[in-house]
Design a protein around this ligand. Structure first.
Ligand SMILES: Nc1nc2c(ncn2[C@@H]2O[C@H](COP(=O)(O)OP(=O)(O)O)[C@@H](O)[C@H]2O)c(=O)[nH]1
Ligand SMILES: Nc1ncnc2c1ncn2[C@@H]1O[C@H](COP(=O)(O)OP(=O)(O)O)[C@@H](O)[C@H]1O
Length: 197
């Protein structure tokens, strides 16, 4: 009789990306999933913030009502969750999303704020952590304004969050400056290739 086939236990591999609003995280995520030297599954976060024009539920975020979000929080469905910009909108990483990446044999790719990232790094010390920034503070502010998605109040909130976050950038294994998009993407690809071994 042959022994039942056992699948080797594969630890979850995690890439966590953070950075100031406007630094280019979403742009980098879109590029990276197509060109990375490892398979990446973008973890879809849950949020109580309303969708922006063009955003799709289940692709960009799981858009939840505050009640639905709270229900999941109490049921322990989040690995971490934060009220990122201090404006009453919550964001959280669902455990089921990490399982989805793991089952696909892929890296789980999280684009989350610094507080959430610190929780993830604590839980997964081998996580590859990248803090994305721009050459100067003015650059991400300008990009955020050019994107044209936020009110002046929301821009000020995001700049405040960014200043807090920049102080914690040293907690990340890698800091990547997104001045030239191609170069930033290629730098993260190199980081991933080295981590994969
Ligand atoms: N802690 C945590 N932060 C998240 C999560 N999903 C997104 N974020 C962060 O929430 C912030 C707000 O994202 P968003 O509303 O799309 O605005 P943007 O930063 O202006 O593009 C960003 O800093 C994201 O990195 C999550 O699941 N957990
Ligand atoms: N390297 C870059 N140079 C110039 N503009 C960029 C660069 N990377 C991203 N952008 C632009 O900056 C704006 C903010 O980028 P986005 O990816 O939405 O940032 P985040 O997700 O960090 O808030 C977008 O309009 C995007 O097209």
């Amino acid at each position: 009789m042959t022994a039942p086939e056992t699948r080797p236990f594969v630890d979850i591999r995690v890439l966590v990306l953070s950075g100031p609003s406007g630094s280019g995280k979403s742009t980098i995520v879109d590029r990276l999933v197509n060109v990375a030297p490892v398979q990446l599954v973008k973890v879809v976060s849950a949020t109580t913030r309303p969708p922006r024009a063009g955003e799709v539920n289940g692709r960009d975020y799981y858009f939840l009502s505050p009640e639905e979000f709270e229900q999941k929080r109490q049921a322990g469905e989040f690995i971490e969750c934060e009220e990122v910009h201090g404006n009453g909108n919550w964001y959280g990483t669902l455990r089921s999303e990490l399982t989805r990446a793991q089952q696909a044999g892929a890296w789980a790719f999280l684009e989350i704020d610094v507080q959430g990232a610190l929780s993830i790094i604590k839980e997964y010390p081998d996580a590859v952590s990248v803090f994305l920034t721009t050459a100067s503070e003015g650059d991400y502010e300008q990009r955020l304004r050019n994107r044209g998605t936020e009110s002046e109040d929301a821009i000020q909130q995001r700049l405040e969050t960014a200043r807090r976050e920049l102080k914690l950038s040293k907690e990340y294994k890698h800091i990547v400056v997104n001045d030239d998009l191609d170069r930033a993407v290629s730098e993260i690809c190199h980081i991933l290739a080295s981590a994969e071994g």
